[in-house]
Every structure is written in structure tokens, then in C-alpha cells.
Design a protein around this ligand. Structure first.
Ligand SMILES: [Zn+2]
Length: 89
């Protein structure tokens, strides 16, 4: 099991629980849990939380907790399977 105190980034929608996590991204090994919508490219659109907070809100995210650095996983909706792809700049 992951250390639930690992810091991760969430978008404001996930933070405020207004949209589900549909995109998990690991740029440079960081964990980002995002709704998949467009966000302003600045810090105001994101929050830093402990990873356990994200996992306890949505158990289906547990399926991608073995995601490797510089990969991302996306799903159409919370009932769809995760589709993993390498992050390409
Ligand atoms: Zn969002």
C-alpha cells in the first residue's frame, strides 16, 4: 500500500469534489489527479493534498496506483477502464 501522506496535485474541481478524477498523470514522477477538463496554466487551478485523501474519495483510482513515472492514465467516465499511455512532450 502507498504511503497515504505522499503529496499530490489535484485540480480545483477534484479538490472541491465537483468533478471526478478522469486523468491521472505522473510528470517527472509526481502524482496529478485531474478531471480531464482544461485548466488555467497557473497554480490557482491546482491544490496540493495527501494522496490518501484522493484515494479515499474514489476507490477506483486504486487501479492505477501502480502507474509508472512519465505515464498517464485516462478514462471516459468513472465506470470506464483506465487507458494508459506514456507522456510525450
Ligand atoms: Zn479540473
Amino acid at each position: 500500500m502507498k504511503d497515504i501522506h505522499i503529496k499530490c496535485y489535484v485540480c480545483v474541481h477534484v479538490f472541491e469534489d465537483t468533478r471526478p478524477v478522469l486523468l491521472v498523470s505522473r510528470p517527472d514522477g509526481d502524482w496529478c489527479f485531474l478531471c480531464g477538463a482544461d485548466h488555467a496554466n497557473n497554480a490557482n487551478a491546482y491544490r496540493v493534498v495527501g494522496i490518501g485523501h484522493v484515494l479515499e474519495n474514489d476507490i477506483s483510482i486504486d487501479d492505477v496506483m501502480d502507474l509508472k513515472p512519465d505515464w498517464e492514465a485516462e478514462r471516459k467516465d468513472i465506470k470506464s477502464d483506465w487507458i494508459r499511455t506514456p507522456i510525450i512532450d
